[in-house]
Design a protein around this ligand. Structure first.
Ligand code: AMP
Length: 187
């Protein structure tokens, strides 16, 4: 299973990916997690990325693609993957198509988890209390949602054009959303 998860910040991509990972026994590859690991390890890349991430902006396409390429080359990704947080703009969508074609693993499904923007702000406020992510503060969240709307949402049409896009409603319980996603994937 080679799957790309799409959705606004707080739409539940990470939560759903964690369940899908168990269901299909494939890795959940989150570029946000990869970047946060680099920040925690205080690598040169991580220190540079942190400044951009704390403002809610996008890290450079080349840097994130490089990290993703290395991660996809690991053994556990041989049987597939769940991508979460990449692609974030149309340039990354093209870069990803090219990379996956090169490694002979084109994406089979892109699933958009659709949620109302007002609901997203509330969900992220809750996550901020639990996880304490610097980029979950209210003003940064608004910037991240704006970036999503301006730069990331065009990626939806990219996958529509490739005829692999499915949209599921992201409201309701985790189990309800999971059920909708699994119904699409099993169809
Ligand atoms: P996320 O955990 O997916 O919400 O990502 C957290 C932050 O990491 C984003 O706000 C960006 O600053 C950065 N980031 C994650 N994925 C990407 C990406 N594909 N391209 C650029 N920046 C990214």
């Amino acid at each position: 299973m080679r799957l790309v998860l799409l959705g606004a910040p707080g739409s539940g991509k990470g939560t759903q990916a964690k369940v899908l990972k168990k269901e299909y026994n494939i890795p959940h590859i989150s570029t946000g997690d990869l970047l946060r690991a680099a920040v925690a390890a205080k690598t040169e890349l991580g220190l540079a990325a942190k400044i951009v991430m704390d403002k809610g902006q996008l890290v450079s396409d080349e840097i994130v693609l490089g990290m993703l390429k290395d991660r996809l080359a690991e053994d556990d990704a041989k049987n597939g993957f769940i991508l979460d947080g990449f692609p974030r703009n149309l340039i990354q969508a093209d870069m990803l198509d090219k990379l996956l074609t090169e490694i002979n693993m084109p994406a089979q499904h892109a699933i958009l988890i659709a949620v109302d923007p007002d609901e997203v702000v509330g969900r992220i406020a809750k996550r901020a209390e639990i996880e304490g992510r610097a980029d979950d503060s209210e003003s940064v969240v608004r910037d991240r949602i704006k970036i999503y709307e301006d730069q990331t949402s065009p990626v939806i049409n990219h996958y529509k054009d490739h005829e692999i896009l499915s949209e599921v409603l992201g409201t309701g319980s985790i189990e309800e959303v999971q059920h909708r996603i699994l119904s699409v994937l099993r169809f």
